[in-house]
Design a protein around this ligand. Structure first.
Ligand code: ADP
Length: 241
């Protein structure tokens, strides 16, 4: 899939390939773009290159060839939350701010603000092992947002959570996207979830984006209520083609 870069695009991949040192091909001439302020979900079969695309946007991997346009200020929340086990929720959320040289009190204030926004008021002093899976994930997202990134990257953030917790977090993440106007790019293994949350779904297969679907539904939808929707059926057909 090729597309000319639009002035509203915040991210653009042009013929990007990524071959790891092991010889594994992750991306093969992948081209796609992501509009500023959009909520984009990347779906596709395992091994299709979704995480690699996200890592390149995050600056954690370099492409082997092709061109990537992306802002410098990007931050990523990982599947498990990836928290420091010896730091409290507040300590974890403040960590990237302190690493950037922000003074302790200010970093703590800022961290608390984002923890509250993620519904964690009262849990600031808890250690990761004292939190539920959903709460840990919320701390990971608060930490990613605390540095005020232009783009928030989410790598299957709900994969390990139960359906009720996932529903609640879906609502919150869409609320935060609306409130902050940030660009959100999320990898998901669920087509229903992608349709429920995003404004655009990119289908990644065989190491490139094969198709983009604009989703014109009010957000957020309950993901399970969309199982038999036209949008999901349409993407599923392409997914299994
Ligand atoms: P997806 O997220 O769609 O499952 P990935 O981007 O994780 O796809 O992986 C795409 C391909 O690249 C797979 O074949 C995978 O084994 C390979 N791969 C991913 N990360 C690495 C790595 N760090 N080293 C070597 N190969 C990798």
């Amino acid at each position: 899939m090729r597309k000319h870069i639009d002035s509203n695009d915040i991210i653009a991949f042009e013929a990007v390939s990524k071959i790891y040192g092991t010889g594994d091909v992750a991306l093969e001439s992948a081209s796609f773009s992501i509009a500023r302020g959009s909520f984009t979900c990347i779906v596709g079969p395992s091994g299709g290159g979704k995480s690699t695309a996200l890592k390149i946007i995050a600056g954690l991997e370099e492409p082997s060839s092709g061109t990537v346009m992306k802002p410098d200020h990007v931050s990523m929340a990982f599947q498990s939350g990836a928290l420091m086990p010896w730091l409290t929720a507040q300590g974890n959320a403040a960590l990237p701010l302190e690493a950037r040289g922000m003074e302790g009190d200010k970093a703590a204030r800022e961290a608390r603000k984002w923890l509250r926004m993620l519904g964690l008021r009262g849990l600031e002093g808890k250690l990761p092992r004292e939190l539920s899976g959903g709460e840990r994930q919320r701390v990971g997202i608060a930490r990613a947002l605390a540095v005020n990134p232009a783009v928030l990257l989410l790598d299957e953030p709900f994969a390990a959570l139960d359906p009720k917790t996932t529903d609640e977090l879906h609502k919150d993440i869409v609320g935060i996207w609306r409130e902050t106007g940030k660009t959100v790019v999320m990898v998901s293994h669920s087509i229903e979830e992608a349709v429920a949350l995003s404004t655009r779904v990119l289908l990644m297969k065989g190491h490139a984006v094969r198709k983009a679907f604009d989703i014109d539904l009010p957000h957020p939808h309950r993901a399970h209520a969309l199982a038999f929707s036209r949008e999901v059926a349409h993407i599923r057909k392409e997914f299994f083609k």
